[in-house]
Design a protein around this ligand. Structure first.
Ligand SMILES: Cc1ncc(C[n+]2csc(CCOP(=O)(O)OP(=O)(O)O)c2C)c(N)n1
Ligand SMILES: [Mg+2]
Length: 1041
């Protein structure tokens, strides 16, 4: 018996490859009745599978029935199982058939045509008669049942295409007005399935992949279609059938197909109405008071506020206590007021153009500012913290930043599954479809070191982007199609149906807390005004806006509905409105008392305890960044060993570790070891370190090796850095996806969460940072000035002209330097106490190019030991990673040592400075070319070489001393980069200011060029030699003077 069952299974499998997955799962899931939840059904699974197998044993003859084709056997199995549960649940013909087979009718006979009377015995005749009843037209019956299954599936897959999503009723959310052939919009389309109008009242058994039956397991076709239309073609369009996980699909089906599932209590309806009142009246209030101010109002999508509040309420109910949000301009003030609950007077005073700014920096327009607020969630009575991340105008740029901050908050509170901290991202339809960063961010969503365990995305899909129609703005049917790449379900919803919106938002929040994966709510709405309140939309969308003018606001529609249902009465509704209007008026009156504008009230990531209460650094000094010999030796020994047992590393790596060991024995460090020392010591001090970027674990140049891989055991790894000290802070080192924009944004967000972490992003090669330019230009460079928030992120940008061609050579130092906020023409007060620290405090970021491992070590440590945080840009070397001279002795890393902003000449030239004819300034790796050349030319006494290690803020004080030390020397700046690139344009005016323009500053370097480097190795060497010739030819500048 068992054997026959297996045979049946096997033949089915062969024939039904496509249906296989579905069917097997369906069999497992069979015992679910409509009233059971998906949870119960998942729990029942093993038992269900068992029951299935046992019972099937008795049905072996069924396998041999002639009509049992690949597809029909699937159906018969469905039918059979249903019959076992309840013989009445299947069509009478099936009931007879199964009874016959179970009674022992041999294969083939259960379906045989009745035998002629004359040829049969009495008993045969009796049996044949029952068979006649059972087999009126089995093939047709099977086909019809299969057709109905296909029909159900068609609605699940394509029902959303015909859902009524556009509140205006004139547009197609999927940009397609046609109705798919397999959606039964009229009875004549039944023919597509080989069905006929006369079949509409026939009863069909429902497959386990639908929940439309509720408690019924069979329904008439007419009712099946009606229920499918109700589930998939009303105001909600569910897109989910691309998801590769049956359990998740079943969960969604259950949420949308179960009859009567979308019901709300009167209390819930009243709350929804009250939220709509706030949302709508807030915009109206702003419009009344400041009719000519830009605010990017929410009119046409007022439902966004109840939508967000529903997501937050549901998530709070499920244990979330911190929600981090990112959003664009549209409705931002409304979200601040009614979701985050920023004090209204603080918002209103942003409209007062006479108020003076109280904080340093540029500040930002009101619809970009961030916010952080902790309060009680009134619905759940639980504490909740809401943070809206400040953002630039660049749409979607904040997405990865929000993700990074969320990840960090989860990390610091030990929320490894995203149960307490979550993010909500809002999008505009045009931006969501158009901006590539959306895709990059989605691709971070499931990576172990980047996942935030699900983001709820909400799209304000007003079916327009500024003046551009969706048809001109995207090639995909929906603006949300990008989310399909990560199997996120997408719930499109007509925003003029607030209850549908609320339902969908509840499901989205539940989805996130059940599966911890991204989900999208697409609020299909309209934009009542122009792009902003000043714009005339009729110029470009005349017909759409004629319709919009006629459109009743959603609040009015919903209020009328609830009044008609008796949920509220008119006076109650009006009372709700006047209550909120009064709140606005009172706040407006209070806002008049404000005299100055404080941007610091708009901080999205406060760092409690790091600053004094009034936001100042706790000191204006930096302790020594040196370490004791013991610490250096200990870190060195771990860095050169494998700290776990029975772990086989690659032979090449053993040699690298051995060399490291020797370096440690000789009390020296190379680049990799210097980084180890910096990280390892900070971990000891409780500072979390996170190093992220492409291939950072090994290091692009194979010098780092922070993750060891067992050569014999797959995926067994060891991170020695996490074996340094008892109770050390954790070290995270993670290879990222191949994205710069997304990953740099993410790390910036991570670094926002805490000042007690060293967060580093390394570019594979420095020039790749340009695909993350937006994060650099809009966040890192001006972040503090715009949003009074500091950030200590470190960018490691491999840089250096090494004959590798135009790509990979330059990290574009000129760009970073051009964006520094220090004045090239004004000499600061060099006598000021703590000049160097004050300079750092005032700058927008720090730019360094270290020429020694030791200085690299110090600058990394200084980043944390400073009493404030600034972004740090480090141009890191390539060839210096292994250069025998690029070594630092422990002596230069011991207590009392510091980062050297300038490394002065300390050779023979410095002994007799008057004799020095030329003082060369340089930075980075070219120093080693210069010293080699100087030695070759025997010019150690005539030419002094001083290295500027910290380019910005410019070390005016130390360089002045250098210049004064060599009174007879010509001054020249030497760089290996082309003249229009590198550091020259930044350094020259500042050097001139340092010496009060008393002497010329000459240039020894490559000529200006369009590309950063030549692709020809020989040309590269010739250029190098030429610049060295200029640097050491003491007559080179004679004729230029
Ligand atoms: C990266 C970027 N490109 C261009 C703009 C200019 N811009 C501002 S709003 C907007 C239209 C946005 O449309 P959508 O995303 O649909 O949002 P909506 O304004 O309709 O809410 C454009 C093009 C921008 N802010 N950012
Ligand atoms: Mg839009």
């Amino acid at each position: 018996m068992v054997c026959s069952f297996k045979k049946l299974k096997r033949s089915c499998e062969r024939l039904r490859t496509k249906m296989f997955h579905l069917r097997t799962c369906a069999a497992k899931l069979r015992p679910l009745t409509a009233s059971q939840t998906v949870k119960t059904f998942a729990q029942n699974r093993p038992a269900a599978a068992r029951t299935f197998q046992q019972i099937r044993c008795y049905t072996a003859p069924v396998a041999a029935e002639p009509f049992l084709s690949g597809t029909s056997s699937n159906y018969v199995e469905e039918m059979y199982y249903a019959w076992l549960e309840n013989p009445k649940s299947v069509h009478k013909s099936w009931d007879i058939f199964f009874r016959n087979t179970n009674a022992g009718a041999p294969p083939g006979t259960a379906y045989q045509s009745p035998l002629p009377l004359s040829r049969g015995s009495l008993s045969t005749i009796a049996r044949a008669q029952s068979l006649v009843e059972a087999q009126p037209n089995v093939d047709k019956l099977v086909e019809d049942h299969l057709a109905v299954q296909s029909l159900i599936r068609a609605y699940q897959i394509r029902g959303h295409h015909v859902a009524q999503l556009d509140p205006l009723g004139i547009l197609d959310a999927d940009l397609d007005s046609s109705v798919p052939a397999d959606i039964i919009s009229s009875t004549d389309k039944l023919g597509f399935y080989g069905l006929h109008e006369s079949d509409l009242d026939k009863v069909f058994h429902l497959p386990t992949t639908t929940f439309i039956g509720g408690k019924e397991s069979a329904l008439p076709l007419r009712e099946i279609i009606r229920r499918l239309e109700m589930a998939y073609c009303q105001h909600i369009g569910v897109e989910f059938m691309f998801i590769n996980d049956l359990e998740q699909c079943q969960w969604i089906r259950q949420k949308f197909e179960t009859p009567g599932i979308m019901q709300f209590t009167n209390e819930e309806k009243r709350t929804l109405l009250a939220r709509l009142v706030r949302s709508t009246r807030f915009e109206e209030f702003l419009q009344r008071k400041w009719s000519s101010e830009k605010r990017f109002g929410l009119e046409g999508c007022e439902v966004l506020i109840p939508a967000l509040k529903t997501i937050i309420d549901k998530s709070s109910e499920n244990g979330v206590d911190y929600v981090i949000m990112g959003m664009p301009h549209r409705g931002r003030l409304n979200v601040l007021a009614n979701v985050i609950r920023k004090e209204l007077e603080q918002i209103f005073c942003q409209f007062d153009s006479k108020l003076e700014a109280a904080d340093e920096g540029s500040g930002d327009v009101k619809y970009h500012l961030g916010m952080y607020h902790r309060r009680i969630n009134r619905v759940t009575d639980r504490n909740i913290t809401l943070s809206l991340v400040a953002n630039p105008s660049h749409l979607e740029a904040a997405d990865p930043v929000v993700m990074g901050k969320t990840k960090a908050e989860q990390f610091y509170c030990g929320d490894t599954e995203g149960k307490k901290v979550m993010s909500i991202l809002l999008h505009g339809d045009a931006a969501f479809a158009g901006q590539g960063i959306v895709y990059e961010t989605f691709h971070l969503s499931d990576l172990p070191s980047y996942t935030t365990h699900g983001t709820v995305h909400v799209v304000v899909n007003n079916q327009i982007g500024f003046t551009t129609d969706p048809r001109m703005a995207r090639s995909s049917p929906y603006p949300t199609d990008v989310a399909r790449v990560v199997n996120a379900p997408i719930f499109h919803v007509n925003s003029d149906d607030p209850e549908a919106v609320m339902y969908v938002c509840n499901v989205a929040a539940e989805w996130r807390s059940t599966f911890h994966k991204d989900v999208v709510v697409d609020l299909v709405c309209y934009r009542r005004n122009g792009h902003n309140e000043m714009d005339e939309p009729m110029f470009t969308q005349p017909l759409m806006y004629k319709q919009i003018r006629k459109q009743k606001p959603v609040l009015q529609k919903y209020a009328e509905l609830l009044v008609s249902q008796g949920v509220v009465n008119q006076p109650e509704y009006e009372e709700e409105i006047s209550k909120y209007d009064k709140i606005c008026e009172e706040a407006f009156a209070r806002s008049k008392d404000e005299k100055i504008l404080h941007i610091k009230h708009w901080l999205d990531s406060p760092w409690p305890g790091f600053f004094t209460l009034d936001g100042q650094p706790r000191s204006m000094s930096c302790p020594s960044t040196g370490l004791t010999e013991d610490i250096l030796t200990h870190i060195g020994s771990v860095a050169s060993s494998v700290p776990v047992e029975n772990f086989t590393i690659h032979g090449g790596l053993s040699r690298i570790l051995k060399t490291r060991g020797e370096l440690v024995k000789n009390r020296t460090v190379d680049w990799a070891l210097a980084e180890y020392m910096a990280f390892g010591s900070l971990l000891k001090e409780g500072i979390h370190i996170r190093l992220s970027g492409q291939d950072v674990e090994r290091g692009t140049f194979s010098h780092r090796h922070h993750v060891l891989h067992d050569q014999n055991v797959d995926k067994r790894t060891c991170i020695p850095m996490n074996h340094l000290w008892p109770n050390q802070a954790p070290y995270t080192v993670c290879n990222s996806s191949l994205s710069e924009y997304g990953v740099l944004g993410f790390e910036l967000g991570f670094a926002m969460a805490s000042p007690n972490a060293l967060v580093l992003w390394e570019a594979q090669f420095g020039d790749f940072h340009n695909t993350a330019q937006c994060i650099i230009d809009q966040f890192i460079c001006p972040g503090q000035a715009k949003w009074v928030r500091q950030n200590g992120i470190v960018l490691l940008l491999p840089h250096g002209m090494e004959g590798m061609g135009p790509e990979h050579s330059s990290a574009r130092p000129e760009r970073f330097l051009q964006m520094c906020n220090d004045d090239p023409d004004v000499l600061p007060d060099l006598e000021e106490a703590n000049f160097d620290i004050n300079q750092l405090y005032d700058c927008n970021w720090v730019v360094v190019n270290c020429s020694t491992p030791g200085n690299f070590f110090h600058v990394l440590r200084r980043q944390i030991l400073l009493p404030f945080r600034k972004p740090l840009i480090i141009f890191t070397p390539k060839s210096l990673l292994r250069h025998p001279e690029a070594r630092t002795s422990f002596d230069e890393m011991l207590p009392g040592t510091h980062f050297q902003r300038v490394i002065p000449e300390n050779g023979p030239a410095s002994q007799n400075p008057e004799k020095v004819k030329r003082l060369l300034f340089c930075t980075g790796k070219v120093y080693y070319d210069l010293t080699r050349e100087r030695a070759a030319r025997n010019m150690a006494e005539e030419v002094a070489i001083t290295r500027i290690e910290q380019l910005s803020p410019f070390p005016f004080d130390l360089l002045l001393k250098e210049v004064q030390k060599y009174p007879n020397a010509e001054l020249a700046w030497c760089q290996e980069e082309h003249k229009n690139q590198g550091y020259y344009d930044y350094v020259k005016p500042r050097l001139r200011t340092t010496i009060n323009r008393s002497r010329p500053v000459w240039y020894a370097g490559r000529d200006p060029a369009a590309a950063p480097a030549t692709g020809n190795k020989k040309t590269h060497l010739t250029e190098l030699q030429r610049l060295l010739d200029t640097a050491f030819n003491l007559d080179a500048f004679k004729n230029l003077a």
